[in-house]
Design a protein around this ligand. Structure first.
Ligand code: PHE
Length: 331
């Protein structure tokens, strides 16, 4: 029996035929089991001898089956994982997250929408009219210079600010207007720690009867405190823009770990210059934005600068380098 069993085990080529062999010899009706059952018919003096022989056979067969089983398994493993080390830890799946600029923009937009501003937009490839002329920018203004602005052969340009959306909006809407327009702007600036040549602005425009400078100041101070906390330090510096009068630049204190806090400019703003309403009215050929009837304020914030304040980033270039070590801090 033992010899037959060992031959059957050796001949097994898969788990199934191995199990068939096990059943044939060791199963309930297997030949070794039947032989054990037949022991009771033997004369007493032969029982121990037969018993021992059967035990030896059972041990040998069981061991042969176990070894064969292990051999079949390892062979199957080898086939299925050729070249793969199953003991290596799995590769971690990296999870993406929103870019800090997106996080800051989304928050700014949500605060301003709560304050009653609706979203608006306009093209990034703009006409000189929408980017400069309608915004009361004289022909010889430095911002129009080819050195500062990306021009196309067609005479169109990459908008240098989102203020063109002010004009685009007033061409179609009627007062009161209360819009914000986040988007990209382009300048041929030297790139440094606070300047990029492609950057992100958030334009705001509020036009109605009787909008006053106090509305501008209150709105922007409220916004900046909602954004950065009630103890945010903000200052308005008189400035000049062709399309607002009076005009201001707004600075906010930037706190970077381990460094002296410093003021950085985050926005330009001012009361809409009546000349802007005049160009819009001339174009529309109606009095919806007649400077006799409406006043307004406008602002243009640098979203990249807001992100610097929000997260204490001292170099604006980190925002475009896509260094995973930087970005992972915001995931
Ligand atoms: N367009 C100006 C700039 O890019 C900012 C600004 C917007 C100023 C609206 C006043 C009003 O610098």
């Amino acid at each position: 029996i033992q010899a037959d069993a060992l031959a059957a085990v050796a001949a097994a080529t898969d788990e199934r035929s191995l199990d068939d062999a096990r059943v044939a010899f060791l199963g309930k009706k297997g030949s070794l089991t039947l032989a054990s059952a037949g022991m009771k018919d033997l004369p007493n003096d032969q029982k121990p001898i037969m018993g021992q022989a059967l035990n030896v056979a059972r041990t040998a067969i069981t061991q042969a089956i176990d070894e064969k089983k292990a051999a079949l398994e390892s062979e199957a493993d080898k086939k299925s994982v050729e070249g793969i080390d199953l003991t290596l830890p799995g590769r971690e799946l990296l999870q993406g997250g929103l870019h800090p600029l997106t996080l800051v923009k989304d928050r700014a937009v949500s605060i301003l929408r709560r304050m009653g501003f609706a979203l608006a937009d306009g093209p990034e490839i703009e006409t000189e009219y929408h980017c400069f002329d309608a915004l009361n920018t004289p022909d010889d203004h430095p911002a129009r210079n080819e050195k500062d602005t990306f021009y196309f052969d067609s005479g169109k340009l990459l908008r240098t600010h989102t203020s063109s959306v002010q004009i685009r909006t007033m061409e179609k809407a009627s007062a009161p207007v209360r819009i914000i327009a986040p988007g990209s702007a382009y300048r041929r600036d030297e790139i440094d720690a606070t300047h990029l040549s492609v950057f992100n602005q958030l334009e705001g425009l509020y036009v109605d009867k009787d909008v006053k400078l106090g509305d501008l100041k209150g709105t922007l101070e409220y916004f900046l405190r909602a954004m950065f906390g009630t103890d945010t330090e903000v200052r308005f510096r008189p400035h000049f823009f062709p399309f607002t009068e009076p005009s201001f630049e707004i600075d906010v204190k930037l706190h970077v770990k381990g460094q002296e806090p410093k003021w950085i400019e985050v926005a330009g703003c001012g009361m809409v210059d009546p000349a802007v309403f005049s160009s819009v009215s001339e174009q529309r050929k109606d009095d919806a934005f007649d400077p006799e009837n409406v006043t307004g304020f406008a602002f243009g914030m640098g979203i990249d600068r807001l992100a610097m304040i929000q997260y204490g980033i001292k170099d604006i270039r980190l925002l475009i380098e896509n260094d995973a070590r930087f970005l992972q801090q915001f995931a």
